[in-house]
Design a protein around this ligand. Structure first.
Ligand code: SF4
Ligand code: SF4
Length: 304
């Protein structure tokens, strides 16, 4: 069984062509700008959107865990108290306003691939299936089986990963992966740890390894002004990536702040990045540095 956060159909940014993306739960990184904080833990997560609540009080009377609280400042919820009522999600089911959702659903590999394969008529020649997260390689046994089933049906497969895992996990899924989408967030280990909670030696090692194995890769660089979007960091990235023969393209994009509602729904506080300054200019400056340092070897793309 695998724990799946979401299935997104008609995705245009998760690899070549039109794709269906399965987002898996669980992640060993804590990137401070993460757009999917509900995926961090390997367990179902309750999310509460107070702006949808109409104050009917049903959840309060249902919850034996005291997760819902009404006070003068309105309806509050402590998601950490929720145990999901043994999978019944009592308050979620009873809420007339859909103010709560539960993230995370169990699938067998067969069930998940059946869902993904439903969209095959839209994939045309270059589209297919992408597995993302969270960190997909946290569920490597489940992932390998899903990929194997996809390949048995002739589907193109992408694995979207930060690759900050032991190489054995990567090797287990590589056989059935057509293309790896790998995030490169920083070259300096201390900076990587500051931004993502863990240092980056395994990511660097795994990108090298995939290059030696002849596995095609698209690298994705999220830009954070004043952090990794500096001349020294970008030059180090370009020097490294130009030496990896299977890097087909490098996507560069600014970190945005689209997930603030999700942080609040999880009872967390999100950070804000790239609020000051022109993000288009941030991309163009970064591309110029990467281009110059790689002598034009890298196929650089702007994602905005
Ligand atoms: S799912 Fe159950 S335990 Fe969780 S908040 Fe709702 S009523 Fe309480
Ligand atoms: S059941 Fe839904 S609408 Fe009613 S108080 Fe709870 S969250 Fe609000």
């Amino acid at each position: 069984m695998g724990l799946v956060m979401n299935i997104q159909r008609f995705s245009l940014h998760d690899g070549p062509g039109v794709r269906t993306t399965a987002f898996l739960m669980g992640c060993n990184l804590r990137c401070r700008w993460c757009h999917n904080p509900e995926s961090w833990l390997m367990k179902r997560r309750m999310m509460f959107y107070p702006n949808k609540c109409i104050g009917c009080g049903r959840c309060l009377s249902l919850c034996a865990r005291g997760a819902h609280v009404f006070s003068e400042s309105g309806h509050g919820m402590d998601p950490s108290r929720c145990i999901g009522c043994g999978g019944l999600d009592a308050c979620v089911q009873a809420c007339p306003a859909e103010a709560m959702t539960v993230c995370g659903k169990e699938y067998t590999p067969e069930e998940l691939v059946r869902q993904l394969a439903k969209d095959r008529i839209f994939y045309e020649e270059d589209g297919g299936v992408t597995f993302s997260g969270g960190e997909v390689l946290g569920q490597d046994t489940f992932l390998r089986e899903c990929l194997r089933l996809c390949k048995a049906q002739g589907l193109h497969t992408c694995v979207d990963t930060a690759a900050c895992v032991d190489s054995e996990k990567l090797l287990r899924v590589a056989e059935y992966t057509d293309l790896f989408l790998v995030d490169l967030k920083a070259m300096d280990p201390a900076l990587h740890e500051k931004l993502c909670g863990v240092e980056n030696s395994r990511t660097i090692e795994n990108i090298r390894l995939l290059g030696e194995m002849g596995k095609p890769m698209w690298i994705r660089i999220p830009l954070v002004r004043g952090e990794n979007a500096t001349e020294s960091e970008l030059r180090a990235m370009a020097q490294f990536l130009r030496g990896v023969p299977t890097v087909e393209r490098v996507d560069v994009f600014p970190v945005l702040n689209h997930a603030q509602d999700k942080y609040r729904a999880l009872g967390m506080q999100g950070e804000l990045f790239n609020e000051e300054g022109d993000n288009q200019e941030l991309i163009e400056t970064s591309i110029r540095i990467l281009e110059k340092e790689s002598d034009g070897v890298l196929n650089l793309n702007r994602l905005m």
